[in-house]
Design a protein around this ligand. Sequence first.
Ligand SMILES: Nc1ncnc2c1ncn2[C@@H]1O[C@H](COP(=O)(O)OP(=O)(O)OP(=O)(O)O)[C@@H](O)[C@H]1O
Ligand SMILES: [Mg+2]
Length: 480
Amino acid sequence: MKGLRILLVDDEPLMQLSMVDALEAVGHDIEAAASGTEGIDAIHQRPFDLVITDLRLPGADGLAVLAAAKERLPHTEVVMITAHGSVETAVGAMKLGALDYITKPFQMDELLLIVERVGSMVTLRRENLDLKAVLEDKFSFGGILGANNQMRAVLEKIKLVAGTDSTTLILGESGTGKELVANAIHQNSPRSQFPLIKVSCAALPESLLEAELFGHEKGAFTGALRQRRGRFELAHRGTLFLDEVGEISPVIQVKLLRVLQERQFERVGGNDTIHVDVRLVCATQKDLRKEVAQGRFREDLFYRLNVVPVVIPPLRQRQEDVMVIAEHVLKSCAGKMNKTLNGFSPAARELFLRYSFPGNVRELENMVERAVALGRDRETIQPQDLCGFQSCPFTGGTPQESCGFCSEGLTGQKREERPLTSLATAREQFEKEYIVGVLERVDGSRTTGAKILGISRKALWEKCKRYGIPSAREEAEDEG
Ligand SMILES: Nc1ncnc2c1ncn2[C@@H]1O[C@H](COP(=O)(O)OP(=O)(O)OP(=O)(O)O)[C@@H](O)[C@H]1O
Ligand SMILES: [Mg+2]
């Protein structure tokens, strides 16, 4: 919680002094007034997050201070201090908009607790205001949201580089938005009227990738029945996005270097030299410098690709962006799914702040989308909606090691530390747990469960039988 701006109105100097001391000691910014009139003056001059006022004051009383605060600063919270006998008046004050009251004599801790509560409300409200600014496009570019300082610098850089023809290298962990950045660069460039062609360099073996990039002549290799243009040609006058460029083999590295140097190449099996006008944008999760140091990536090619590096920080290093993106995804998913959800519960926000998002924005997006689809609360997303498993201990339930929250949050066991199994076993394990989670959410209804899972009831029945998943409503439904 950041420090609050607090106005303290009390006519007893000793009392006031000890409150000022206690509140300043925990980092709040205090202005003291010795009468109601003085307090009201202050309210007219400056904004406060919180006004703490004695009820009985010389001149204007606490109720007048309350009224002034509510009229002038609707977001300011007011806490009343009352003597033992006037609790009823204090309750009346709450009806007029005071947040709380505290009865004299009180322990400073009591006061600090109330102030802390106001603090969390104010922080939430400030966050929401920030969010609004972001969602109103102040901190976004080409669909990329970013309130974090580093991210805003990235957005600025993208805006600048979009207008140029410079080869751009986007670096970042999986799910940080590399492809989104590549799209934004192309769409905001003078080339946007021409194609943006994407190639995933990791998806193809060397010989196929070569033909994919540069095309081939008829008969160039077995199966090359016709001449085919490559991606470089297709991207003429536009942009070529080479995803996972860190994966390309030495042979292709040489060819790529030549295109970058000479802007020309030959199709596989051909002699004609082809000239293209292509802007190159590349991305990789790898540390290319390290690849160069270890001799796996050509240094000359690295420098050619790294003309403008754009480094996207992992989501765990930009906490400010988590809620911004989460709210954005919530809004768009709720709209699509016709739900009235309007935010995250404080506990759900808290969970986000503690989580490290190894899968970055993609993981966050999936989590929120699932919560919107399967969440039970109609108004806000609750912690238990964020985990696919209702028994997740992190979001509320009995221990289980299946989601990021469970394995990272409570048991302290990171994903990387789980026992290593074959992909098939891991897939089965996940499938079983996921089905259990979905069935729990739909009260065991296999009809609804199957719909959500996108498989037939029969297929679901078979899977349940195979994994030994019981279902409470199975018989009733089977009869129906
Ligand atoms: N800053 C952001 N604002 C809004 N959405 C984002 C942001 N960053 C990423 N996303 C979304 O997160 C998802 C993953 O992004 P993207 O596919 O661009 O990541 P990537 O870095 O290419 O991942 P990978 O390395 O796994 O291919 C996409 O749906 C994208 O729209
Ligand atoms: Mg990608």
